[in-house]
Design a protein around this ligand. Structure first.
Ligand code: TYM
Length: 359
């Protein structure tokens, strides 16, 4: 049986990248899962603390993410949906893993390196590699050890399959490295003594990296301040159409032609998005409509996004309303989710503690 685990940070309503890259897969895996499989989807609020914020905003964002996960079609009777911070074992296992994780590996992670270079550009000469010992007060340890907490999330539930967008591939490779390091440091190398399975990355070939509508060389990102760069899963029809019509394309040709992500990244992105809603690759879509104008491509893409998100948007409104019934339902989902996740966590921690001499 599979154990499927994934997480999302509560940092605003998910966008099309989150949806096509990850959330749609969560729902599809849930619906096609075997009854002996278990599924965990976590709202990773501890990870969200790496973005310094505001308590009331985080409270709202957590609740809004729960609404979003129900809106995309997760069924709380089938999938365990829970807040990471409700299960303290995530942080406990993180510490244990951090004792066998390599700082060298962590310092080579792209997410850390890009943060480092944006935060230290003023203090280090441009030609030089950013030096983490340059003390920038903005460089926090939580950001450095972020991948260990992510590995702990996955390992705590002994997950076998992790559906994510392609930007998370390096983090998952690190999680597998944590499995190896942990087992070898504690001499748990015989097959029967290993505690953690090596988690597999489940990523789509297409739409695993949806790009910004305004700068198609960058990924669509929650932290992009330009709202026109992304489509939210609860955007209405008119907004979706407006954003797609305003998407940056190019003047290489007025027709779609062949897919060419290097020279025509904006067009390729629209083709991938269009394909993402019909289970086709961008290449296949391009072959079908190569003679169409870019205006037609935008129209087709907007139609597909609107149709593909219609149910999601309806459910978002339904579950997001602040009614007595919704408050009760949310409370129940939170309680059940916490209990299921706690049970799974306690089982693993018992094995871990026995294996390393903490019991
Ligand atoms: P987060 O919250 O940034 O994103 C959630 C999911 O959305 C995917 N994604 C994208 N996919 C395609 N195109 C894009 N432009 C795009 N932007 C985001 C991400 O790949 C992700 O699958 N570190 C994780 C959260 C996490 C996690 C975990 C994931 C914490 N613990 C354990 C898996 C397992 C993150 O920040 O995702």
């Amino acid at each position: 049986p599979k154990v499927i685990f994934s997480g999302i940070q509560p940092t605003g309503v998910p966008h099309l990248g989150n949806y096509l890259g990850a959330l749609k897969q969560w729902k599809d895996m849930q619906d096609s899962s075997h009854h002996s499989d278990t599924l965990f989807f976590s709202i990773v609020d501890l990870h969200a603390l790496t973005i310094p914020g505001n308590a009331d905003k985080l409270r709202r964002d957590r609740r809004e993410m729960l609404t979003s996960l129900l809106a995309i079609g997760l069924n709380p009777e089938r999938s365990t949906i829970f807040y990471q911070s409700s299960v303290p074992q995530h942080a406990e296992l993180q510490w244990i893993l951090s004792c066998t994780a390599s700082t060298g590996y962590l310092s080579r992670m792209t997410q850390w390196k890009s943060k480092l270079s944006t935060l230290t550009t003023q203090s280090s000469p441009p030609s030089q590699q950013p030096d983490p010992t340059i003390s920038s007060p903005a460089l926090k340890h939580g950001l450095f050890s972020y991948p260990i907490l992510q590995a702990a999330d996955i390992l705590l539930h002994r997950a076998t399959h992790v559906p994510v967008g392609s930007d998370q591939k390096q983090h998952l490779e690190f999680a597998r490295e944590c499995v190896t390091n942990f087992h070898s440091s504690w001499s748990l190398t015989a097959p029967h003594s290993r505690i953690f399975p090596s988690p597999r990355t489940i990523s789509l070939d297409t739409s695993s990296r949806v790009m910004s509508l305004q700068d198609p060389t960058k990924k669509m990102s929650k932290s992009d301040p330009n709202p026109k760069s992304k489509i939210f899963i609860n955007d209405d029809e008119a907004t979706i159409r407006k954003k797609i019509n305003a998407a940056l394309t190019d003047s290489v040709s007025t027709t779609v032609g062949r897919i060419d992500p290097v020279n025509r990244p904006g067009v390729a992105n629209l083709l991938e998005i269009l394909g993402g809603f019909s289970g086709k690759t961008g290449q296949e879509v391009a072959d079908e409509i190569s003679g169409d104008s870019l205006a037609q491509l935008k129209m087709l893409t907007a139609d597909a996004v609107i149709a593909g998100l219609a149910e999601v948007r309806d459910r978002f409104i339904l579950f997001g309303e602040d009614t007595e019934a919704n408050r009760k339902r949310v409370k129940e989902i939170e309680d059940v989710g916490t209990n299921n996740a706690l049970m799974s966590a306690m089982k693993t921690m018992k094995m871990v503690k026995e294996a390393i001499g903490l019991s």
